[in-house]
Every structure is written in C-alpha cells, then in structure tokens.
Ligand binder design. Structure first.
Ligand SMILES: Cc1cc2nc3c(=O)[nH]c(=O)nc-3n(C[C@H](O)[C@H](O)[C@H](O)COP(=O)(O)OP(=O)(O)OC[C@H]3O[C@@H](n4cnc5c(N)ncnc54)[C@H](O)[C@@H]3O)c2cc1C
Length: 417
C-alpha cells in the first residue's frame, strides 16, 4: 500500500475552506492526511464585513471556526503565520515550524492594494479583515462622541465628513449602510448633531460609474439609491495623495474629513508575489484549467491568488469564483493523490448582488439571461442568499437575530473594545 500523502492547504478563506469541506467527501483517511493552515482560527465572511463596520452585525456573526470544518473530518488545523513556500524542497515555513507536503494548495487570498499612492497606509482606514471592520466602527462612534460636544460648527462638520475612496461593491455598500446607521440609529441618540447639515459622506472613484465591475444597470440602480441617501459620489476622480484628514486628487482638489476609508482594491498576497512561477500581469499565479501551477500535479492554486483564464480574461477576485472553483479543485486533488486523471474546470458565472442599505439592493442573474432586479425584491434575494451561504448553525442564527434586531431596535452602537 502506498504511504499516506501529506496535503497542506494554505488559507482558510473561501477557496481553502470550501476545498477542505469537499475533500472530506472525496478522500479516505488512509489515503491522505490534510492540514489546513491559517493565521486566524476562523473563516471571515467578507461580503458581510461592511455590516460589522456599521454596527448592523457583531464580529462573531461573520467568523466561522475553521476547526468546525477540519476536526469532524479528521483533518488537522494549524493556526500559524505562513512565512515561506519552498516548492523545490516541498516545504512550507510557518511561524511555528516547517510543514512538509506531497501536495500543496495555495489559497492565500489577496491584500489591500494602495497602488503606491502616498499616505494611504498611514492615513486611511482599510476594510479587509475583521480587525479593520472593528477599528472602523470604533472610529466612527468615537467621532460622533466628540462631534456631539463640539460647538464650533466648521470643526464639527469636518469631524463629520466621511470620505470613502473606491466605489466598488465594498465602498458602495459601506457608504449606503453608513448613511442608514446615521439615519436610523445615531440621529435618535445624538440630538445635538444636525444630521442634514453637519454630516457629509463622499464616495470617490477613478472610473466613470460606481461598481464598474458589475452590469451597468446595477450601477444605475446603485447611483440612484446613493443620491437619495445624500451620498456625494465623485467619479473620474483619481487620488494623488492622502494626508492626515485630507484627500488630494489629481485635478488639484482637496477634500477634508476626519474619516478616510480606503476600499480601492486588492493585490496578491506577498507570499504569492515571492514565488518563482508563471504570473499574470496583476501578479496572480497562472493556473491551467485543472488548477495546476506550472503544470505541476503537486501544487494547485485557486481563489484570489490564482489567475484562471476564461475567455481571454482572468476570473475576477471574488468569493463567488473561489466557492465555484473549490469543489472542482478538490475533485482534482483527490484524483492527483490517487494518480487518476483530472478534469478541467468550466466556469459558469451566477450573477451579481449589491446591497443598498436597509431595504434596497440590486441583483443581476446571469443564469436568467442577465435579468436585473432592484428595490425590495432584490433586497430579499440578497438577504436570503447570504443567510444560506453562511456556514454554521450558530453563525446563521446570529445573523438572522441580529438583522431583525438591527432593523427594529437599531444598530450596535456601544463602543466596546
Ligand atoms: C470587504 C470585502 C467585501 C467583499 N465582498 C464580496 C462580495 O460581496 N462578493 C464576492 O463575491 N466577493 C467579495 N469580496 C471578495 C472576496 O472576499 C474574495 O474574493 C475571497 O475572499 C477570495 O477567497 P480566497 O480564499 O482566495 O481568499 P480569502 O478569503 O482572503 O482567504 C485567504 C486566507 O488566507 C489567510 N492568510 C493569508 N496570508 C496568510 C499567511 N501569511 N499566513 C497564514 N494565513 C494567511 C487569511 O487569513 C485568509 O483566511 C469581498 C472582499 C472584501 C475585502
């Protein structure tokens, strides 16, 4: 009998977690030992992260314990920082020692991209990890506390100016939800603030429409909603520099505000950047349609780390893509462990969803010929979709309860650590 193969999966995000869940059904324990490595002991459900930023959900609702997926399957989980990947020696370096592998899956995701713009890292708040969301929420609530006692009108208005850079899905959903937080919770508890005159939300983007990666009809739905919510959308606006409390644009304008949020996009994980394998222009690992890296059957990559070409373009860096790739990659990995032939992955896009606050959303259904829906019906689709996608009974129950509470009783605005 051949020895048990060591499979190491790097990253418990959408790609790594869903791959591991599928491997459970495809591999016997006598065939392979599976170790999932992540620096966090939970999987972060990023599509709902903006709701943590704006007090609609507590952090635990969007964090699913990775051991819940590994332990029952007889797999190992190691919480550690991955520090190096040595493809030649077939070893992964972690903060807690080396891990040898026979098969490696690289699913390390991406990191915030500041595009080299000066001051982004120092003076803007990112929205990528759970700690970012908690920090942003604390910052927003602190701002309201100090603005509530500020008697100088100009200073109060500057304190209450929020600038969100990047009008992709994250920026749009955040801007809309931030306005809802103010209109439906903060307005009631901060009577000294004039929410119509004192508060401004700016949303900036270099593109000529909001959510430029989505169907233009969704952009129009989003734009209309943002205008109704009094979000000032500045398109075709490129950022030159971010200084403390000020965004400088390439056309010479300066926007002043105490809160600057950076939702400008992502780039590859530095560990991926350091690998000497074929890469795409944006630095992702080029994989073939079996997810193999450089044609090697012992190294697969998927999710945000991988560049999977489809109709001449790389698949977008989306949870939706990672979740669709994972079962196919798991099937191929099991085949590779057994020395059986693998199958190519064929991508079928499902569509896009964009949340636009308390009772509004936009939805595009690729499977229904590109049918687009807006308003409350799309909001219902959005909520049901994410409720079903979230893993774990506890997470789903928390989500449902917190959504109901936030809707009827107001958001979570105690500024706890
Ligand atoms: C705020 C936000 C909202 C989003 N909303 C949507 C949405 O609505 N719909 C959608 O389709 N997509 C959305 N996305 C994109 C989506 O999150 C990504 O495309 C998806 O997470 C990619 O999955 P992945 O498994 O490749 O990476 P990730 O989910 O990022 O997982 C990577 C994992 O690797 C771990 N890791 C990274 N580096 C190390 C290291 N050195 N050592 C140890 N562990 C490490 C991380 O902790 C993480 O758990 C959103 C992204 C963000 C940031």
């Amino acid at each position: 009998m051949s020895p048990v193969k060591q499979i190491v999966v790097l990253g418990g995000g959408f790609a790594g977690l869903h791959l591991v869940r599928r491997l459970e059904r495809r591999l016997r324990r006598s065939e392979a030992s599976v170790t999932l490595v992540d620096r966090q002991n939970y999987h972060l459900f990023t599509p709902l992260l903006y709701q943590v930023c704006t007090g609609e959900l507590p952090p635990h609702a969007v964090a699913y314990p990775l051991r819940d997926a590994t332990a029952p399957a007889g797999f190992q989980f190691r919480q550690s920082e991955v520090t190096a990947i040595d493809l030649e020696r077939r070893r992964v370096g972690t903060a807690d020692g080396e891990l040898p592998f026979d098969h490696l899956v690289i699913a390390l995701g991406s990191v915030t991209n500041d595009y080299g713009i000066p001051g982004v890292r120092e003076n803007a708040l990112p929205v990528k990890w759970l700690s970012d969301a908690e920090a942003l929420k604390r910052h927003v609530l602190d701002i309201f506390e100090s603005a509530a006692t500020e008697t100088d009108v100009a200073r109060r208005r500057e304190q209450l100016t929020f600038i969100i850079v990047g009008a992709g899905p994250v920026g749009v959903e955040l801007a809309s939800s931030l306005r809802d937080l103010m209109d439906h919770t903060l307005r009631r508890i901060y009577p000294s603030i004039d929410f119509n005159a004192d508060v401004t939300i700016h949303l900036l983007d270099g593109a000529d429409r909001v959510i430029p990666g989505m169907d233009p009809r969704l952009s129009r739905i989003a734009m209309k909603r943002l205008e109704r919510q009094r979000v000032r959308v500045l398109l075709n606006t490129l950022v030159l520099e971010i200084r403390p409390g000020a965004v400088h644009t390439k056309d010479g304008a300066q926007l002043r505000g105490r809160t600057i949020v950076w939702s400008g996009g992502v780039k590859v994980n530095p560990l991926v950047a350091a690998l000497d394998v074929p890469k795409s222009k944006d630095g992702r690992i080029v994989v073939d349609d079996h997810f193999r890296v450089n044609g090697r059957g012992d190294v697969l990559a998927l999710g945000d780390s991988a560049y999977f070409e489809n109709r001449g373009k790389g698949l977008p860096q989306l949870a939706q893509v990672a979740v669709l790739e994972a079962p196919a990659a798991a099937r191929n990995l099991a085949a590779l462990v057994r020395g059986e032939p693998t199958q190519p992955f064929v991508y079928h896009r499902k569509g896009d969803l964009i949340a636009l606050g308390r009772t509004q959303a936009g939805a595009e259904f690729a499977t229904l010929g590109g049918f687009v829906l807006g308003g409350f019906p799309a909001w219902t689709v959005w909520r049901v979709n994410y409720l079903m996608q979230l893993l774990g009974v506890r997470n789903r129950a928390s989500l449902l309860i917190e959504w109901i509470l936030s809707f009827f009783a107001g958001r979570l605005v105690a500024n706890t650590p």
